[in-house]
Design a binder for this molecule. Structure first.
Ligand SMILES: [Zn+2]
Length: 72
């Protein structure tokens, strides 16, 4: 599921520094939804993202940071 939140075109040098992105294997997340920013933990997400990621055929949420919504 988290692989849908990757953006392979985003160079690592501009990856977010506000959480342990390496712990999430490059998954682009909003630290606002994270319980822990320096360790793996529970992630809260909006209903739209939850529905996209947990559907029978999961898809990248339109509003995902990985969907060209992230700017460093
Ligand atoms: Zn969302």
């Amino acid at each position: 599921m988290l692989t849908l939140l990757h953006n392979d075109f985003l160079p690592q040098k501009v990856w977010p520094q506000s959480y342990g992105i390496d712990l999430y294997n490059g998954t682009l997340l909003s630290p606002k939804g994270m319980h822990k920013v320096d360790d793996i933990g529970t992630i809260h997400m909006c209903e739209q993202c939850h529905c996209s990621l947990t559907a029978k055929c999961p898809s990248q949420p339109v509003g995902a940071l990985a969907n060209s919504q992230y700017y460093s």
